[in-house]
Ligand binder design. Structure first.
Ligand SMILES: [Zn+2]
Ligand SMILES: [Zn+2]
Length: 344
């Protein structure tokens, strides 16, 4: 079978790899769509992983083979899955921090999402794999995993009706989070970005205010929109650590900042620390998703509760991964979500 294998920055090869063998509890699926995630781009551009490795984890596909002990799935089933499975019993899992579980990052699909065929190990089959309806397109189905990640982050945001939510960054995570915040009851949703294309897209998706942070004074605009009170929630969905300083300054009393971005290692950020005691603000990090968010994400996508059609801007066949990453990583391009599809 073929896969797009990452070796090093600028070296991704579409080549022949071994078809994975499956065990009694495993599934073999044919990849139909796999979203290109910001973290895939980050790994490839910043070489945070050592090749050769097959990236990709936002997978939708068709079951082609099921191990003898598999229950609930058979060849021909259309499914979605995710990449890491917690143990459900350790210190972290006990406390609901499933993504911090030691087992979490040790579990993988084989060889990765950007491959023609993928083995889903038994744990993935049991806890992360769900059938999708005939009506749902493959590319939309591949958005279920990132929607789940956004739901995971928004849990800590604890959104109340009438809240104002500001999302920094109009990429896939930002535009999904903005819509999910609305779904959770936010009365006003604001998106900031420096890309006119992403700001126009966010308006199309129904956000109330799209602010160009390169041209406008975000602090002044937010003060104007909120009558000087500030926003209840800021979601940081852009990988610039200095945004945290501004995020804290934009919070209303009792406000929450959700950091959904891989900031640089050891980056030190200044925030107005008096606000923790005086205003009971909080800053919470978020990473990946737990099996519990998959079901909610599936329901949201299957029932069209948010618009993902206007988020998917580009498609590439599996063979074009190198080109797709180069294109998506260039801020000059008008791109939000890239989906890799089956075929060359
Ligand atoms: Zn992802
Ligand atoms: Zn655990």
């Amino acid at each position: 079978m073929k896969a797009s294998v990452y070796y090093a920055k600028g070296d991704i090869r579409y080549e022949e790899v071994a078809l994975p063998d499956i065990g009694e509890g495993d599934l073999l699926i044919k990849m139909k769509a796999c979203g290109l995630c910001g973290t895939d781009i980050h790994k490839a551009q910043h070489q945070t992983v050592t090749g050769p490795v097959v990236l990709g984890h936002e997978v939708a596909g068709e079951v082609v083979k099921a191990g003898h002990n598999v229950q609930g799935f058979k060849p021909g089933d259309r499914i979605i899955t995710a990449i890491h499975v917690p143990c459900f019993t350790c210190h972290y899992c006990d406390r609901g921090h499933f993504t911090l579980c030691d087992q979490f990052k040790k579990t993988h699909i084989e060889p990765g999402g950007f491959a023609e065929y993928i083995r889903l190990p038994e744990l993935h089959v049991k806890h992360l794999t769900h059938r999708i309806s005939e009506k749902l397109s493959w590319e939309k189905a591949s958005l279920i995993e990132p929607v789940g990640c956004c739901l995971h982050g928004l849990k800590s945001a604890n959104i109340h009706p009438q809240d104002t939510v500001l999302v920094m960054g109009g990429g896939t995570i930002g535009l999904l989070s903005a819509q999910l915040a609305r779904l959770k009851g936010a009365a006003k949703v604001i998106v900031t970005d420096i890309s006119p294309f992403k700001l126009a897209s966010s308006k199309k998706l129904g956000v109330d205010h799209a602010i160009n942070s390169a041209q406008e004074d975000v602090v002044a605009r937010v003060a104007e929109i909120t009558q000087g009170l500030g926003v209840d929630v800021v979601v940081i969905a852009a990988g610039i650590s200095s945004l945290l300083t501004e995020a804290v300054s934009l919070l209303r009393r009792g406000g929450r900042v959700i950091v959904f971005s891989p900031f640089d290692h050891n980056s030190e950020i200044k925030v107005d620390a008096s606000r923790f005691f005086k205003d009971e603000i909080s800053i919470v990090g978020t990473y990946s998703l737990s099996p519990y968010e998959m079901k909610e994400a599936l329901d949201i996508i299957e029932n069209n509760k948010i618009n993902v059609d206007d988020i998917i801007t580009h498609r590439w066949p599996l063979s074009g991964l190198a080109e797709a990453i180069g294109f998506a990583a260039n801020p000059a391009n008008e791109v939000i979500k890239v989906i890799m599809t089956d075929g060359d």
